[in-house]
Unconditional design. Structure first.
Length: 400
């Protein structure tokens, strides 16, 4: 851009006019004694664009060489177990924690200010979340906030019009859990505002979980009562409407959190990477991956039926993980801007699969999953144990 000087001739009155001088209705002030003044304006060439606003929480966390994290409930984060979990991370090659900020029932896990619209759904599990994050900062532990989105019994029962109904009542699944409707943008806003609170506290990554319709929704689509909002007019069948709504939510959340400088990650069923899209729940692996910074497939061996030619995947964690990693690498490799892969792996038993004693998950089983990921170029992972009781003595970087 060429810098140029513009010369402007302007008529400027000698005396100054004040607002109160023109209070009379319809009165026009005479303008006298006009002088011609020559003014020069310089058009500046700014080679550097203005930096975008990025929220500063006042905490500083360095992104690890590769995120290796554990799941932490609100109860654990705010209770006596937190110290032992800190010791586990500090004494090993783990370096991150995924902490519940909005949990599976719909509660947030700390008390916000009393004037917050979320005050009534808050539980004081984490009494001082800012101090907790300051401890993580001091110890160099990377903080990730887990926000459960569309599984939300509290919001569904408080606002039935935002949920799914059957015979006029809020529908619940076989475990007594209610979901809210991904077609409703009010639900999007409700959850993203919680994510913003987490970012303002100092979390570096917002991980959205249950970003989907209820499991098996394709079998009850016609029997449930629910609105489709603006998606009602969308061309295509209900499968494509569900996929579009879920993908749009992820894109919306990322755009809304852009100024906070946080990563946006999404948990997704592992099998979604192996099919074009999951028709009932509305998850398209490639489309979601294209709109996030991190994709976290839940690839727990216990959660697969016979797959990849493995009759009982829970008994072969290494082989299952290898086969999954091959598929995921192929899918992500086709994307122009692939996210970081950070799968969830298993450190728990699955007694519901067996009539006898379940396969025990100990050092070997956990290391086998990590090794399988690492051998296939996936170096980040998260470890799930619902009770936050993790196996001792695991080598979390087995290829080093």
């Amino acid at each position: 851009m060429t810098i140029s000087l513009l010369t402007i001739l302007a008529l400027i009155p000698v005396h100054t006019l004040h607002a109160e001088d023109n209070e009379g209705e319809g009165e026009v002030l005479p303008v006298k004694d006009l002088q011609v003044r020559e003014m020069s304006l310089e058009l500046l060439n700014n080679e550097k664009p203005a930096a975008r606003f990025v929220y500063n929480s006042g905490l500083t966390f360095e992104y690890p060489d590769a995120v290796r994290g554990i799941y932490v409930t609100g109860n654990s984060a705010g209770g006596s177990r937190f110290e032992s979990l800190l010791d586990l991370v500090e004494s090993t090659d783990l370096n991150a924690m995924v902490i519940d900020i909005k949990e599976d029932h719909g509660n947030i896990t700390f008390k916000p200010d009393e004037d917050s619209p979320y005050y009534d759904i808050a539980q004081p599990y984490i009494k001082e979340p800012r101090k907790m994050l300051e401890v993580l900062e001091e110890k160099g532990i990377y903080p990730i906030a887990r926000v459960v989105v569309f599984k939300d019994s509290i919001l569904a029962k408080e606002r039935p019009e935002l949920s799914f109904k059957q015979n006029g009542q809020v529908w619940v699944n076989g475990r007594g859990e209610a979901f809210v409707n991904p077609f409703m943008k009010e639900v999007w806003e409700y959850n993203v505002e919680i994510a913003k609170m987490a970012a303002e506290l100092g979390f570096m990554d917002i991980q959205f979980d249950y970003v989907r319709f209820p499991e098996g929704f394709e079998n009850r689509d016609e029997e449930l009562e629910y609105g489709q909002g603006e998606y009602a007019e969308l061309e295509g069948d209900n499968v494509q409407k569900r996929v579009t709504a879920v993908t749009d939510f992820v894109a919306y959340a990322r755009e809304q959190l852009h100024s906070y400088g946080v990563d946006v990650s999404v948990d997704i069923f592992g099998y979604s990477a192996t099919i074009p899209e999951a028709p009932g729940i509305g998850q398209n692996f490639s489309k979601i991956s294209s709109n996030v910074d991190v994709i976290s497939s839940m690839i727990y061996p216990s959660h697969w039926t016979s797959y990849f030619g493995i009759e009982k995947p829970d008994t072969q964690p290494y082989k299952l993980t290898v086969e999954y990693a091959k598929v995921e690498n192929e899918v992500l490799g086709k994307l122009d801007n692939a996210p970081t892969s950070r799968p969830w792996i298993q450190d728990f038993e699955a007694p519901w699969l067996y009539s006898g004693p379940p396969t025990q998950y100990g050092v070997k089983e956990v290391e086998d999953q990590i090794r399988a990921l690492n051998e296939n170029g996936i170096h980040e992972y998260l470890i799930w144990n619902p009770g936050n009781s993790y196996t001792e003595g695991v080598d979390y970087t087995p290829l080093d």
